[in-house]
Design a protein around this ligand. Structure first.
Ligand SMILES: Nc1ncnc2c1ncn2[C@@H]1O[C@H](COP(=O)(O)OP(=O)(O)OP(=O)(O)O)[C@@H](O)[C@H]1O
Length: 310
């Protein structure tokens, strides 16, 4: 369990984390989401004592991380996969880490095996790909067989196989009763991995909820429709005041503002033939974008970023 109370971090005039409180539960995967600069990494660094809170507290299994006798057995973190000496081999890096924490050497082989790095354990880390570096960072986080895993963008740089591996690994670790917190900007991946999400915006919590509830909260009436007489159907539907209709490049219509039953009835009563009538389910991305619309620090106005070709 990770618990924060009034957790705050200021860097000069900048408030990176602004008095947040939360409780991250064992036995599930919690996703940490938020736009660039929202304060996710700063919060994670404070959890493992790499940054000192300006005020407030964060504890892991009931105590600040640094106060535990065997901290690597309490929490393992992947925060900066580049923080390894490039001249060292993966194995020697992990052996040194194990030795300083009283962890038996056979555990090094176990984590190399778990992360698929056994074959390259003797290779210099400087020659590692981004994905191999991420795997080594995860291996280091797992070294102490910790109760809590804190992973900052673990799938960054991984190929689809690696992304799937991280998903299966963290789900397995959570099923064993561990607490797993991970950040990612990949909403589709997060939707398949997390049970619960905490969304930050400008250092504050904008949502803390089970993922299903968050996605459901973004559900709107949206229906995908295909009809041979699409233009006529659109004209009919637009007579209803709250309806908006978008024409897709593939000839489909997306109808917003009324449920599928209303669209179906309107088509039926007017004798318009339908080939498809599908309610469009909201996604984690829809929910996330709606929640963080006002909290994006570095915004690109798409209309200006991509001017229409002359
Ligand atoms: N050492 C530092 N000194 C000054 N400002 C910092 C420092 N570390 C972070 N910040 C600022 O604090 C804010 C939060 O940064 P943080 O890295 O925690 O965000 P994040 O949510 O992890 O973003 P990203 O998704 O881009 O990784 C940002 O505005 C950042 O510029």
């Amino acid at each position: 369990m990770i618990e924060a109370t009034g957790l705050t971090k200021r860097y000069g005039a900048k408030t990176a984390v602004d008095g947040i409180s939360f409780s991250i539960q064992p036995g599930q995967v919690t996703g940490f989401l938020g736009p660039n600069g929202a304060g996710k990494s700063t919060s994670m660094r404070m959890m493992v004592g790499l940054d000192r809170p300006t005020s407030g507290t964060v504890t892991i299994m009931g105590k600040p991380y640094a106060e535990h006798d065997a901290p690597l057995a309490v929490a393992g973190a992947l925060l900066d996969a580049k923080g390894v000496h490039p001249g060292r081999s993966a194995r020697s890096h992990l052996r040194a880490l194990a030795a300083t924490h009283g962890i038996p050497e056979r555990r090094v082989d176990e984590v190399l095996e778990m992360t698929g790095l056994s074959a390259v354990g003797m290779k210099r880390v400087g020659g590692f790909s981004l994905g191999m570096g991420q795997r080594l960072g995860i291996a280091a986080a797992l070294l102490g067989d910790p109760k809590v895993l804190i992973l900052d963008e673990p799938v960054n740089g991984l190929d689809p196989d690696g992304v799937l591996w991280v998903r299966q690994l963290v789900r397995y670790l959570a099923s064993e009763g561990r607490t797993v917190l991970l950040s990612s900007h990949l909403m589709g991946e997060m939707a398949q991995t997390a049970d619960h999400v905490i969304v930050l915006g400008r250092g504050r919590i904008v949502a803390d909820a089970p993922i299903d509830r968050l996605i459901a909260s973004a559900q709107t009436d949206r229906v995908s429709v295909r009809a041979p007489e699409a233009a006529r159907l659109a004209e009919l539907l637009l007579r209803v005041p709250e309806v908006r209709v978008e024409h897709g490049a593939d000839g489909s219509l997306t109808v917003e503002g009324v449920p599928a039953a209303v669209v179906g009835r309107a088509a039926f009563e007017s004798g318009v033939e339908l080939h498809e009538l599908t309610p469009v389910r909201s996604s984690l991305e829809d929910a996330y974008l709606a929640l963080t619309r006002d909290d994006v620090e570095y915004r690109t106005d798409a209309a200006h970023a991509f001017p229409p070709a002359a």
